[in-house]
Design a protein around this ligand. Structure first.
Ligand code: KIV
Length: 278
């Protein structure tokens, strides 16, 4: 293991020491280098890959091969951060055996440090337990779970009434008991996330779950303004990279059209006598 490389124990320790945890998504080598350079705690290769990189409507059709391919690229850019890979839809629900094999591929083939999977029903809890027992760290994900958003009535805030909130609390406790080292809370009321965060000894990482989670995660292209699709309420845009990229590309096209690029500085020379010989 590389010196200074963060482990799941370091992430758990952060909660005990009251330090916040930062997590962002990456899908390729250049972004992984940038995130790692600035010292992010966790890089997630999310199955949001389907939406923000592959241009699909949902995460349902993302495959194991696609996730492995992108996780390998991200791994090459990481020296320090903990690398977590999302298990895609149906890669962990079919059987315990297949779940362990697929989870193992993320560590063996792609170099991830841990995997994340969505949900907490009795079937998923069995899978979590089995993967943890196989020696693979697992991050849970509850609240709004995009892979099963249809069954939840669409992309909406979860846990708004007492019964639903109690269910999310019970799910979080069950995931902790099953061995998760941390849990993502997506789109749940801030007060509920705060209450559950206090009840758990493992860190909670929120996306649309208020400021009292132990850490925060966003989809990186969303926060950079690289995404032209619908932006959920919980996304804060820290930059408008789309505008910057469009401006740079327009300048390139204009300079090509006007024969201003490439200029002398960006061209190579040959001695006139060599050219004459030719
Ligand atoms: O797929 C993803 O990017 C995620 C984050 C939104 C947590 O699961």
């Amino acid at each position: 293991m590389k010196k200074n490389k963060l482990t799941v124990l370091d992430i758990i320790k952060k909660k005990a020491q009251n330090q916040k945890i930062s997590m962002l998504t990456a899908y390729d080598y250049p972004m992984a280098c940038l995130l790692d350079d600035i010292g992010i705690d966790i890089v997630l290769v999310g199955d949001s890959l389907g939406n923000v990189v592959l241009g699909q409507d949902s995460t349902i059709s993302v495959t194991m091969e696609q996730m492995l391919h992108h996780t390998q690229a991200v791994k090459n850019g990481i020296k320090k951060a903990l690398l977590v890979a999302d298990m895609p839809f149906m890669s962990y629900n079919v059987s315990i055996e297949q779940t362990i094999i697929n989870a193992g591929r993320f560590l063996k083939q792609a170099g991830a440090d841990a995997i994340k999977l969505e949900g907490a029903n009795s079937r998923i809890l069995q899978m979590v337990k089995a993967v943890v027992e196989a020696g693979i760290p697992v991050m849970g994900h509850i609240g709004l779970t995009p892979q099963t958003a249809g069954a939840l009535g669409g992309f909406k805030v979860q846990g708004k009434d007492a019964n639903a909130a109690k269910q999310i609390l019970e799910n979080a406790l069950a995931l902790e008991k099953a061995g998760c080292f941390s849990i993502v809370f997506e789109c749940i009321p801030d007060a509920l996330a705060a209450l559950i965060t206090q009840r758990l000894s493992i860190p909670t990482i929120g996306i649309g779950a208020g400021p009292k989670c132990d850490g925060q995660v966003l989809v990186t292209p969303d926060l950079l303004g690289l995404n032209q699709r619908f932006t959920p309420k919980f996304v804060k845009k820290y930059a408008d990279l789309s505008a910057i990229i469009k401006k740079a590309i327009s300048e390139f096209v204009q300079e090509v059209n006007e024969e201003k690029f490439p200029d002398k500085q960006h061209s190579f020379t040959i001695k006139p006598e060599e050219l004459n010989d030719l």
